[in-house]
Every structure is written in structure tokens, then in C-alpha cells.
Design a protein around this ligand. Sequence first.
Ligand code: C2E
Ligand code: MG
Ligand code: MG
Length: 585
Amino acid sequence: MSTPSVYESAFLAAPFGAFLCRPDGVFARVNAAYEQLTGYREQDLIGQRKFLALHDPAEVVRRVGPLPATSAGALAQFRGEWAYVRRNGTRVPVSLAMAPLTGALEEHYAGHYIGIAVDTTRHAHAEARLWYVSNHDSATRLPNRELFLERLDLSLARSRRSGEPLTVLVIEIDDLQKTREALGPEGADLALEYAGARLRRLAHAQCGDVPMGFIGGDQFALALPGRGDDASQAAQDLVEAFAQGDDPAPGPMQTPHEARAQGRRNARVNLNVGTARHPADGDDAATLVRRAGVAVSEARRAGRGQVCRFVRAQEQRATRQLELENALRHAIDGRELFLLYQPRVSLQTGAIVQSEALLRWRHPVHGLVSPGEFIPIAEEAALIDAIGAWVMETACRETGQLQRLARTLPKVAVNVSPQQFTNPQFAAQVEAALERAALAPEQLEIEITESMLFADAGRTVRTLHALRALGIEVAVDDFGTGYSNLAWLASLPLNRLKIDRSFVAKMASDPRSEALVGAIISMAHALEMKVTAEGIETAAQAERLRELGCDEAQGFWFSRPITLQALRTLLAPVPFLLAGGTCEA
Ligand code: C2E
Ligand code: MG
Ligand code: MG
């Protein structure tokens, strides 16, 4: 190449490593970029070394087999991603292209090969980063669902070979939604990160190096190989250690990030755990994780800090729930919801003074579904706001109509869920519903449960005052089943306590229940609250409650929940309607 051609100039000046080699693989030319890439000078390579000498021999043996004779076919095999070992012994990832020489240069170098080697260190970093980002959760920096499933697959393959069982744990942070509401999304991410770091340390201390991941929502997953029956014990130990803050000393591997997370020790977090076992509960990773997920929903329902093992009946329940949840989305538009009204009777006069609106859902296939079943589903699926607004709207409208038709003024009580009550817009929504229905605020009572008084005290008190300022009354439903702090209760602007029907039912057989009912009535009166007893099923119960000074009563003894029409008839009997029989539901 005494007078460099345009091709040769391009070859020499190329910004990537380029070389020519003889058919036997020995270097014939290299450019400056190739010298820089490999750390070898031109004179160390040309006529001295084969291009294969720069490769990592172990990699060549692994990928191509015993070093091949450098024939045309064999050289072409070196296209692709390789590692070079540079002169100073360090490795560098390269992308290699090899092709027989054709065109202008070929007359000088017949049968030679041209090779291009591009340093891909930056790509490799970018790729590794990309892999990391797409396989890890950003808040907890743990493997995400996909990567966890891949690792679980490997563990499953191992346990199939060894015949050892394997247990999958799905672990969730209890009430993360509350944390999210209280601290915002960033605070919730920190709580997750903290929980993830602690879980990883605790799991490592107890079970060694086991697959772990963050599988979305607020759930972590863990696989405990070879633990058979004591997996539940291991899970229980984990929950207890977590709740007690029993942390193994942070290891030297702890990053500053983890150390910060661990510093937030006073952020108390409880866990619910669901477990599924291989092979009994499933053979593939996705099924095991799904079933452990079903079990964790069961654990959540059972109360915080529970470990629940998957059983097949749960799956049927979960399937029905999912089906109901989907159907519930169309229930309002499909006119499948309606209200019944249960009369509330004054124990002094025997007159109907109020009714409680009770929601009913007629599912096109399953028929009537009980509110005890579908209201929790609506709450979990964030459908309760829409459903609750429909109930409020309908109860106010229908009661307005009833009052105009029956010419008496029985009030209406409407049950509300915690999500509705803590919504800052709630009082305004109720006020708008009353206005549309032309119903006076004092004709409406709102029923909340005891636990709602303590869950989010600040917001509850604000809503309570806003409702009372409008003239709306507030009753505490199912009273006696929670753990009310009486001093706190006394400080709230409440109008009524509704004694739970479990006390009424036990009154006759258990003197302590009767004493409790008496005490609740006296206490409520002392605090200037009225008392309603729920679930009166016998005349004796009604009589005893009257003697104890209870103001009002509600129960099957007086009337089951009935349609608006039937309530109208009860309030202002019309002879020909009474002949038509009852409208009980
Ligand atoms: P709750 O508010 O305590 O309503 C009283 C429940 O007891 C009603 O059940 C009623 O039918 C039943 N009941 C009344 N008297 C008797 C009796 O003498 N004996 C017996 N064994 N039961 C009696 P229902 O209608 O199935 O409602 C169950 C719960 O569902 C309600 O309990 C309430 O917590 C909830 N709920 C009902 N409607 C709504 C609603 O519109 N919104 C919300 N958030 N919850 C609702
Ligand atoms: Mg109620
Ligand atoms: Mg009740």
C-alpha cells in the first residue's frame, strides 16, 4: 500500500478498530484505532499474531469448541459480541464483524479477511443499566415480578430434580393505602423501600440466599426451597421479627441508601402473608404466585399480622369476588341496585319515627347478593364512592317523595363507608343531594361505624362538624363491637348510638349482655345521645329494652326491610293496598 487508495485512507483513519488478516488468521494490517483498542502496537501484531490470540481462549472454547482451523467458514463464526484481552490483561467487550475482502483492496490482499472491532463498553453499561431498570422495581430496588418469576422457575426446576418441596410467600404491607394518603406517594415509596430492605435482611438471616422480589401493588414475594412444613413457621417468624423490629445487625454490604431507610425505624409497618406450596398447590411459578396472592387476601381479611396458607376454596371465593367486582361496575347503570327501608319504631309511642335505607343488588345471574358480601368488594375496588353517592341521592329523593305522599315525617338513616366519610367533599355532596331532593337536613341521619371514629381522627372530626353544621344527625352503628375510647366518644358531636344486635340477641340468656345494654343506654343519655337497639326479634326483647329506657328499636319483630311502597302503606294504610299482601324482601 505505497500509494494509499481512498479505501486504504478510510481504513487507516476509521474511528473504530479495523484489521486485515491472512486466510490463516495472522494479522496483515491494523489501523491506529485497533492499536488503541487492544493496547498492542502494529509491529506486535502484523505477521506476529493471529487475530484469535486477542480473544479470551476460555470464551472461544466455550462458544466455538476446540480452536478451529482458520478456514473461511471458521473466520465467519467470529461475527458477534466477544471479549478481547488487551495487552495489559484487562478485558474489553467488542462487537466484531468479519468478512472476506472484496472490491478495490482485494487485488493486493487476495483471500484476506477484513475485521471491524468496536469497543462496546459503553453499550454494555447502557445495556446492563437497561436490563437492571426493566427487571427491578425502582422504589425497593428488588427484582420485579418478571425477574422474580424467572428466578422462581429456576428454583422450581431444582426442586423438581431433588424432590424437595418449595414454598412461595406473598407478603404485603398492611394498609399501605393509608400510608399513601397520609404521607403522599413519596412517603409510601419510602415505607416500601424501608420494608423491602428489612425483609431482605430478615429473610437472609433466617433462610439464607433465597429468591425475593417486589411483585407490584404493595406485595413482595419470596421462595423458600426445601422447607416443607416448617415454611409456615419460617413465615410466622418473619412476620413476628418484622413487627418487633428484630433486625439482624446491618451487614457491611449495606448501602447508604439502605442505612437511611433503616434509620426510619419508627415507621411501624405490619405484614400479611399468604403461602402456596410446590408441588401441592401448583407446578409453575405463575400459578404459585397467584395462589399465594389469593391466600394473602384471605390473611388481610383475617386481620393484620396473619399468615394464611392457600386452600382451593379461597380460589373459588376469589373468582366469585372478581366476578362480582366486574358485575358491580355496571350495576348502577344497569339499574340493578335498589333500596329497601327498615322501619325504626319509638319504644315509647310505638310509632314509626324513622327508617334505615338498606342497599340491595339484584345480580342478573346470582340473584340477590347481600350487602355484607358486595359492600366490602365495592370498598376494595374503589367503587364505593359512586355507589354511596347513588344511595344518598336515592334515599333522599325517595324519602322526600314518601313524606309528601304519606303526609308524615319519618326521617331516613343512610349507612356510609369509611372512604365516603373521609372524602373532604362528603358534606358538600350530601348537602347537594338534600337540595335536589327538597329534603330538610334534619330529616337525614348518617350512620357510621365505631371504627371510623378512630381511623382518621382529624378528617372524621372535620366531616362530623360539617354535617352537624348543616343540621344533619350522625349515629354510631353496631355500637359495642369496636373498642371505643369513651372520653373521645364524649367529645364528638354525635346524636345516636345503635346497640349492635349481638348484645340484644344474648340479653335473655346472658345477664352480662343485659347489664352492658343498660350501661350503654345510661351512658348515651348522660352524653345527650339517643339510643336505638338493633335486631329485635321477639316481643320480650322489645319489652325489656323499653324498660331499660331505650328510645327506639329496629328489628324483624317490627318489620323486615321493605320496599318504599310497603313503607308508605305502613305509615298511612290504604285499605285496598293492605289487602294485596306484604312487600317483604
Ligand atoms: P347495618 O347497618 O347494621 O344494618 C342492619 C342489618 O341487620 C341489615 O342487614 C338488616 O337487614 C339486618 N337486620 C335488621 N333487623 C334484624 C333482625 O331482627 N335480625 C337479624 N338477624 N338481622 C336484622 P343488611 O341489609 O343485610 O345489611 C348489612 C350491612 O350492610 C348493614 O348493617 C350495613 O353495614 C351494610 N349496608 C347496607 N346498606 C348499605 C349502604 O347503602 N351503604 C353502606 N356503606 N353499607 C350498607
Ligand atoms: Mg346501619
Ligand atoms: Mg348495625
